[in-house]
Design a protein around this ligand. Structure first.
Ligand SMILES: Cc1cc2nc3c(=O)[nH]c(=O)nc-3n(C[C@H](O)[C@H](O)[C@H](O)COP(=O)(O)O)c2cc1C
Length: 203
């Protein structure tokens, strides 16, 4: 069985990103594949604090770590807050990146999408998210960018994303995610040094 964890970067009850992930869940549930889909709520994860980490991770962080460690892949949907990911999402990823060298994100297949009421569908937040994920050593799922624009106008009367064009894009993303989740060779090893992962040249 493939285990998939969904993370919405928005805490809002009427979140468009959470609606997009509910559509992802329905697409998977309609597929003839054995996939368990779990949502990871990030609202209860405390602000990252190195002292808290040193004293032993809190229950909310431990639960998030365990869920991600057990997953074959993640799907993250992010809003754009001033051109980057939301603070809560960055905070959750910062916790999940710890401890250095034993992050559950290492080699984890992660697919990314975004949604907003604006025309660009929060696509401007995706580079920031990809940078964080790559820095954490995650395996970013390759697929054409999925950025759902004017998402607030594309919900049905139940607040669900049922627009065929959106569902088509999400089906592509789900297919790429499941392929990545079952890819044969996971790096498995230690994360490469930060300098290698970022390919920076220090002068
Ligand atoms: C602090 C803040 C910053 C925002 N910055 C942007 C932005 O840069 N670009 C954009 O398209 N929308 C921006 N928005 C609007 C969000 O796209 C909108 O609130 C969206 O619905 C958030 O995603 P959600 O529906 O999943 O909660 C911002 C909203 C907030 C609260």
């Amino acid at each position: 069985m493939i285990k998939l964890v969904l993370i919405s970067g928005s805490l809002r009850r009427g979140s468009l990103n959470s609606a997009a992930l509910r559509a992802v869940r329905r697409i998977i549930e309609d597929m003839p594949v054995d996939v368990e889909v779990v949502s990871l709520p990030i609202g209860r994860i405390p602000f990252y604090d190195g002292d808290v980490e040193e004293a032993g991770m809190t229950a909310a962080v431990e639960a998030a770590r365990a869920l991600v460690a057990d997953a074959d892949a993640l799907v993250i949907s992010t809003p754009s807050y001033n051109g980057a990911v939301s603070g809560v999402l960055k905070n959750a990823l910062d916790w999940l990146s710890r401890p250095y060298g034993a992050s559950p994100l290492t080699d984890k297949a992660v697919a990314v999408l975004s949604a907003s009421p604006g025309g660009r569908g929060a696509v401007d937040a995706q580079p920031a998210l990809l940078t964080v994920l790559r820095t954490c050593g995650a395996f970013v799922v390759e697929h054409p960018p999925v950025a759902i624009g004017q998402a607030d106008q594309r919900l049905d009367r139940h607040g669900e994303m049922t627009d065929p064009e959106i569902l088509d894009a999400l089906r592509g993303l789900v297919g790429a995610t499941l392929t990545a989740a079952t890819r044969p060779a996971r790096g498995g090893g230690r994360r490469s040094p930060l300098s290698e992962r970022l390919r920076t040249v220090s002068v």
